[in-house]
Design a protein around this ligand. Structure first.
Ligand code: C5P
Length: 286
């Protein structure tokens, strides 16, 4: 039975800027994205027959067309006309769900990469990203991964040099976020502060981790409801107090992360936060 195993890494936003609302209802974005070693694992099996069968190690996930991994397989079939046969996708989730870390988008991108290999389609990264764009705005970046600038809806990707080796502590507080609601809130008032994206790009080009950490910035933090913003600030402070060079929220949250150059401080901070918050992770950039 032909099968492939693919990894789907989580992403962090080193910067996230919203430049305005577009005529198609989406927002014009400018974001520096970074993949990390925390990853889901997907096993794709193809047999005689028909249908897409998704399973996961988490009971509460939808396993039909509402799941981006399922949607990606459907979209690949629709876009290329290829016959999937009876496709089973077994997902082992490690990335927290609804966390601002693109878990769903990364699973979708992994399905596209995996099917490309399994079916010997010979599609290149740009062709896979083009299909991914129809599944979700973050999917094209996830097809490529690494360090990259994402513009437009988030689907226009420019690869960047890798960050210097570092350690990242990620922590997900337990409040839910609504992405469309936060976008709507940003629309109600002008974004007051923007990230220094140009400075971030220069810092990355120079391999200057301190300068990268100083420029972490996400405009969505500004429009969080007050109690949640307080919680995010508290966690950012805890990461800095633990020795992080910089800290920030990723995506529409609620995950907050800190970048460390010293492994011992990252490990200690991870241990301290993990005592209070279950979904705390120590990861590396990839
Ligand atoms: O593209 P995706 O389905 O991931 O987007 C989810 C939602 O996020 C959209 O329906 C929209 O409300 C918001 N969004 C946006 N502008 C973007 C990306 C997402 O307004 N560039």
């Amino acid at each position: 039975m032909p099968s492939v195993v693919v990894r789907a890494p989580a992403k962090l936003n080193l910067t996230l800027d919203v430049l305005g609302k577009r005529e198609d209802g989406y927002h014009e974005m400018k974001m520096v994205m970074q993949s990390v070693s925390l990853a889901d694992t997907l096993t794709l099996n193809r047999e005689e027959g028909e249908g897409i069968f998704l399973s996961a190690n988490l009971g509460f996930l939808p396993l039909d067309g509402r799941n981006l991994a399922f949607k990606a397989a459907q979209e690949l079939q629709r876009s290329t006309g290829v016959k999937l046969g009876r496709l089973s996708i077994e997902m082992k989730k490690q990335i927290p769900v609804c966390a601002g870390t693109a878990g769903g988008s990364s699973d979708a991108a992994a399905v596209l990469r995996g099917l490309n290999e399994l079916l010997g389609l010979g599609l290149n990264i740009d062709e896979l990203a083009e299909i991914g764009k129809k599944v979700g705005s973050d999917v094209p970046y996830c097809v490529l991964g690494g360090t990259a600038l994402a513009e437009g809806r988030g689907e226009r990707i420019t690869p960047l040099p890798a960050l210097p080796a570092c350690h990242v502590v990620m922590v997900k507080p337990d409040f839910p976020v609504s992405t469309p609601q936060l976008f709507a809130k940003l629309g109600e008032r002008k974004v007051r502060c923007h990230p220094d994206t140009a400075g971030m790009l220069t810092a990355i080009e120079r391999g200057d981790l301190n300068a990268v950490a100083r420029r972490l910035y996400n405009v969505f933090e500004e429009v969080l409801p007050p109690k949640r913003r307080e919680r995010v600030e508290e966690l950012k402070r805890a990461l800095l107090d633990g020795g992080a060079l910089g800290s920030c929220m990723t995506g529409t949250g609620p995950t907050v992360f800190g970048i460390f150059d010293r492994q011992d401080l990252a490990e200690q901070t991870h241990r301290n936060l993990k005592r209070h918050i279950r979904e705390t992770f120590l990861v590396q950039t990839i």
